[in-house]
Design a protein around this ligand. Structure first.
Ligand SMILES: CCCCCCCCCCCCCCCC(=O)SCCNC(=O)CCNC(=O)[C@H](O)C(C)(C)COP(=O)(O)OP(=O)(O)OC[C@H]1O[C@@H](n2cnc3c(N)ncnc32)[C@H](O)[C@@H]1OP(=O)(O)O
Ligand SMILES: O=C(CO)COP(=O)(O)O
Length: 667
């Protein structure tokens, strides 16, 4: 399974061709927004659509055999009457159900046109992707899976579909939005259906939610849109996928209730993200501001800022039927009445997982990167700053490397390289400064004694810079881990390098997206990319960094150094500082002050290790490696160091590289 699905990704990776993008704001700048909002909208719809109103949808869910069965089951277990449980189900549906209507859509069409023209220079959409989607929507139920970096994602998705006269989606929305005065209901009337962030163990809620989504899919009411990452990424790295909703959306196909279902990965990439600074503060422990209408109104000052361009790439619709053929034995669903809820069988669970990862790999492969990503990456390796002309030279060098690695770069050919770099610096003037031909990262010019407050401010600007570097980190991760493995094993023996590569790939399995079980393929891909760029020379049994390739190898190694050092510092903290069981919150606060002290004392410069995202990934990775044990509890999970496992795990998995030259754990 892994090989077949993973190879689809590599085909996508190698056979990529430049598609034509259309700037949908261009027409908006030349014609009336009112006329656009009031245009005749006759969308292309699913040919077997069963017309159904939002209230009709709820009735059909409430009366469904599946939900009635669960209600009777809960009643017999709890002794509560079926009527009372039925009422609770109806209340859940009232809280959940969308109420899509054109009035709200047209209001958004008008207002968003004005807002988007203020905020963005261009909104570019791949026309072939729209054509493919137009075809797909008519044939089978469609599930839209966009990447998730900003609130703009879901607004823009509906805006684009409306612009191209496609059926408007219904969108899985976290409950955070429902409480927003006026806006919460406006979003519901624009297609949002509300869901609790997590509802493990709540049998009735899960049953109502699952039946609601499956009914939407079965009757092809509208494309169903949700974010497989489950939330916006604060680091701009793709988050590990959530499987629950994807599993539900695929079930009508598994049970033969629909002939097929199209899964459409969508890559939305921003030259500059509205929430960039909020994310940096959140990663450093400042809680995210609650979604509120007043907050939205206060945020209007950003309308005076320029956020550059957006590229939206609608990927190839993935037919579930084609993907599952020969892999999923759907007859197993005939063994029990269809309406009986059943946990997904093992083969289905791994299929759902693999589809989720393939979707995210497609999202990554189709991200259109901007020059600012290159500038941020180079500056991070030349802190606190560098000569502008040297930056331009290195940016051109990196552009070639990223394109050779298969990255999609939007580079304005009508401008000189220095103009391009200069406009990137201007666009990100809240992160970079250019003074007297010297480019520096904001807050990093400081020369005096460091304090924890200064470290915090420096960390904010560094995390914002890393946010943009991370837009291309997954393009480089496979070759970079091969280079790091070569450095660690200090030998050219391919087998040893592969073992170290596999270790790094499992340690960083939460930081970066790897198709499950494809260590070999990823290693081959990394070697292929490095060989193609003459960075390594390989024989059947050896891998050597070439003389010509040392600069690129060093660059790739340095790009991933913050992750390596961050994991090393965490390991040092856990082994040297922690004695009892601890919660995630205690760990993050403890390790953050530990690292902050190291930075103040000058022992470390690993600001990225202050990020709660990295620290959460480290916890999860160390549990997976057996260095930490996770104890479930009623309130909050706790962790403890498997001391006996630490040395053994270190030996087994190569963590011992962290034990060399450790800074003294106790300061
Ligand atoms: C013209 C202009 C118009 C403009 C007009 C604008 C309109 C604008 C409207 C939009 C309005 C705002 C839109 C906001 C956008 C958000 O708010 S995004 C945030 C909310 N959305 C999401 O999170 C969607 C993705 N999340 C999920 O899929 C999560 O799975 C769920 C459904 C939230 C559940 O999460 P969870 O409870 O953490 O658990 P998860 O691990 O995912 O899995 C749970 C269950 O799935 C099943 N499962 C787990 N793994 C597997 C597997 N591998 N295989 C199969 N089943 C599995 C199991 O049953 C498991 O339960 P257990 O048996 O383990 O208890
Ligand atoms: O995804 C969401 C909004 O789009 C809500 O969750 P986050 O605020 O965690 O991203």
């Amino acid at each position: 399974m892994a090989a077949s699905m993973g190879s689809v990704y590599s085909k996508e990776f190698r056979s990529k061709k430049r598609e034509v993008f259309e700037d949908i704001l261009e027409e908006r700048r030349q014609s009336s927004d009112l006329r656009y909002a009031m245009k005749c909208y006759t969308p292309v719809i699913y040919r077997n659509l069963t017309p159904c109103t939002p209230s009709g949808l709820k009735t059909s869910v409430l009366q469904s055999l599946e939900l009635q069965y669960v209600i009777r089951q809960i009643s017999s277990e709890s002794g509560e009457s079926c009527e009372s449980i039925q009422e609770q189900a109806a209340e859940i549906l009232d809280e959940m159900g969308h109420n899509l209507r054109m009035g709200a859509i047209r209001l958004f069409a008008m207002s968003l046109s004005k807002i988007f023209k203020r905020l963005f220079q261009k909104v570019c959409v791949n026309e072939e992707g729209i054509q493919r989607l137009t075809q797909a929507i008519q044939e089978h139920p469609v599930v839209l899976l966009p990447s998730h970096r900003s609130y703009i994602d879901f607004l823009m998705m509906s805006y684009v579909l409306y612009s191209y006269d496609l059926a408007l989606p219904v969108i899985a929305a976290g409950m955070d939005f429902m409480g927003m005065k006026i806006v919460g209901e406006l979003l519901r009337m624009s297609g949002a259906f509300y869901m609790r962030r997590s509802f493990r163990g709540n049998q009735l809620y899960w049953a109502v939610f699952a039946e609601y989504v499956k009914t939407l899919i079965r009757n092809g009411y509208a494309p169903v849109e949700f974010f497989v990452e489950g939330q916006r990424s604060r680091t701009c790295k793709t988050l590990s996928p959530k499987f629950g909703l994807l599993n539900i959306a695929m079930e009508p196909f598994f049970k033969g209730e629909v002939f097929d279902t199209y899964i459409v990965p969508i890559s939305i990439n921003y030259e500059r993200v509205l929430e960039e600074s909020l994310y940096a503060y959140e990663l450093l422990g400042v809680p995210k501001p609650k979604e509120s209408t007043s907050g939205l109104i206060k945020a209007r000052r950003i309308l005076n800022e320029n956020f550059g361009s957006i590229h939206i790439y609608f990927g190839q619709p993935i037919s579930l039927r084609s993907l599952a053929s020969g892999i999923i034995n759907r007859t197993q669903y005939n063994l029990k009445p269809r309406h009986l809820p059943q946990r997904p069988p093992e083969d289905v669970q791994s299929f759902v997982r693999d589809v989720a990862y393939q979707v995210e790999l497609n999202q990554i492969a189709n991200m259109v990167l901007s020059p600012g990503v290159l500038v941020a990456t180079i500056l991070l390796q030349n802190l606190p700053g560098m000569d502008f002309n040297v930056l331009v030279e290195k940016t051109l060098w990196l552009k070639d490397l990223i394109e050779a690695f298969g990255g999609f770069l939007e580079w304005p050919d009508n401008l000189s390289a220095s103009r391009v770099v200069r406009s990137s610096i201007d666009l990100h003037s809240n992160i970079f400064t250019l003074v007297d031909g010297h480019v520096t990262l904001l807050e990093h010019k400081h020369t005096g004694l460091l304090t924890e407050e200064i470290v915090f401010e420096q960390a904010v600007s560094l995390l914002m810079c890393a946010f943009y570097r991370n837009q291309m980190i997954n393009v480089c991760v496979r070759p970079a881990l091969v280079v790091l493995a070569c450095e660690m094993v200090q030998s050219s023996i391919k087998e040893e390098i592969f073992r170290s590569f596999s270790f790094l790939r499992s340690v960083f399995s939460k930081e970066f997206i790897f198709f499950p079980g494809s260590e070999d393929k990823d290693f081959d891909e990394g070697c292929f990319m490095l060989t193609k760029c003459d960075i390594i020379h390989t024989t059947p049994s050896e891998i050597m960094i070439t003389d010509k390739g040392t600069i690129a190898a060093f660059f790739l190694s340095k790009m991933f150094q913050p992750f390596l050092e961050g994991y090393k510092l965490a390991y040092t903290y856990l082994v040297g500082e922690v004695t009892n069981a601890f919660t995630e919150k205690q760990y993050i606060s403890g390790v953050r002050s530990f690292i902050s002290r190291l930075i103040v004392s000058g022992t470390s410069k690993c600001y990225e290790a202050l990020s709660s995202d990295m620290q959460k990934n480290i916890l999860s990775s160390f549990v997976q490696l057996g260095v930490l044990k996770r104890m479930k509890s009623v309130s909050e999970a706790t962790f403890c160091l498997e001391k006996k496992m630490v040395k053994e795990t270190a030996e087994k998995l190569g963590l011992q590289m962290f034990t060399e030259k450790l800074p003294s754990a106790r300061l």
